[in-house]
Write a protein that binds this ligand. Structure first.
Ligand SMILES: Cc1cc2nc3c(=O)[nH]c(=O)nc-3n(C[C@H](O)[C@H](O)[C@H](O)COP(=O)(O)OP(=O)(O)OC[C@H]3O[C@@H](n4cnc5c(N)ncnc54)[C@H](O)[C@@H]3O)c2cc1C
Length: 360
């Protein structure tokens, strides 16, 4: 894309929000351009060891602390397809009670459960949402047995991974392409409908005249590493840069009222479990069940597992890391997810305009 080239609609970010927005508008005949800060990767680059995958696909190589008590390690995708390329593909319709609360608390329009029904169905069709057709792997079976002993009900959560090949590599980018990150169907459908995708292009500022956004100033990094500034005029700009970069971009652009004041996270406490029997969790799909007995505030489920991630989770317990590395085939990873009741702030750093600070 050349500087000065106009577009009717500019979408910043190619994750779940940006890709779907681009597809919907391109299909209705709009001239759409998607800017993505991260790179485009082929399937052959997916599924690599944790360190390499995080350097390639994650923001700041997966090393983003949210400052607070306690500090929280935060990760998000920074590649074409955004966090959908590295997520676990578990599918939930937004719960009814959440939609009702948003309606009452924030006066959110057109998002009542019955109004979203068709959209949920569309997404489920596009992403091939369903439960596993294969026998449960050992890590799921063990979780099921544990829940039964505790007298808790556990349910399989549908995923966006039809025909999942059970590589347990979701967090490194699915190497078989079965998990439906945005690069699988939604972005290609947007491109087929006429949208143009510009990877390695970071929106630095929204351009504004009076109270209207008229485009974006972006930095493009060419294959040879050369950087250039692009000025892109647009009739409409959709900022879909994720939960932390969206408020940062708005604030950098002078849009500050109520922006970056209400970050909410749902912390996931990861647990490594050691079993007497062989589990080989890294060679099967992540545990598929969830216990919602304590919902909506707390739920328990299964997490992505690789030897590298296990070492990271155990890194505070030096002696356990050594013992665990000899027992990789007997380990699996699970989580306790907590609905956050705290509130955080997002601010662009004053020292480095590209960096963002989070407090929670
Ligand atoms: C490890 C992990 C596991 C998860 N598991 C699940 C799960 O199982 N089920 C589930 O429902 N959800 C899961 N999620 C959450 C889910 O992936 C996100 O909620 C969803 O992807 C958010 O969509 P988004 O479009 O808001 O942001 P993202 O998908 O993060 O996309 C934002 C995009 O904007 C780009 N961007 C940011 N700033 C700029 C800029 N200035 N200029 C240009 N581009 C920019 C980023 O590089 C990124 O590609 C998981 C998330 C993670 C990180």
């Amino acid at each position: 894309m050349r500087s000065g080239e106009p577009t009717r609609v500019l979408v910043v970010g190619s994750g779940a929000g940006g890709a779907v927005t681009a597809l919907a508008l391109a299909e209705r005949g709009f001239d759409v351009t998607i800017l993505e800060e991260g790179d485009r990767h082929e399937l052959s680059a997916y599924g690599r060891a944790s360190k390499e995958a995080m350097q390639r696909l994650y923001r700041r190589s997966g090393m983003t602390p949210i400052l607070g008590r306690p500090p929280i390690g935060f990760v998000e995708g920074a590649c074409l397809g955004g966090s959908t390329e590295i997520n676990s593909g578990f599918w939930h319709r937004t719960p009814r009670e959440v939609l009702l609360r948003w309606h009452v608390q924030f006066d959110l329009q057109s998002a009542m459960p019955n109004e979203l029904e068709d959209h949920f169905e569309w997404a489920e069709r596009m992403l091939g949402v369903g439960t596993s057709r294969e026998p449960w792997p050992k890590s799921t079976e063990l979780f099921s047995r544990g829940a039964e002993i505790m007298g808790w009900q556990a349910h399989e959560i549908p995923r966006t991974a039809p025909g999942c090949a059970q590589t347990n590599a979701c967090a490194s980018g699915c190497p078989t392409g079965k998990k439906q990150g945005m690069t699988r169907k939604i972005l290609p459908a947007a491109v087929a409908a006429g949208a143009r995708v510009v990877p390695n292009c970071r929106a630095e500022l929204l351009l504004r005249r009076s109270n209207r956004t008229t485009g974006v100033l972006a930095e493009h990094t060419a294959e040879n590493g050369e950087r250039s500034l692009l000025r892109i005029a647009a009739d409409h700009v959709f900022v879909c840069a994720g939960a932390t970069q969206t408020p940062a971009l708005l604030r950098r652009s002078g849009i500050k009222f109520h922006v970056g004041e209400s970050l909410r996270v749902h912390p996931m406490l990861k647990v490594i479990a050691r079993f007497d029997e062989r589990v080989a969790a890294h060679a099967s799909v992540l545990p598929l069940l969830q216990v919602r007995e304590f919902g909506p505030d707390i739920c328990l489920g299964g997490a992505f597992f690789s030897p590298g991630h296990a070492a990271m989770i155990l890194s505070d317990n030096g002696s356990d890391v050594g013992a665990a590395s000899n027992e990789v085939n007997h380990l699996a990873s699970y989580y306790v997810a907590v609905r956050g009741t705290g509130r955080g702030r997002v601010r662009p750093s004053l020292l480095d305009p590209r960096a963002v600070l989070w407090r929670y």
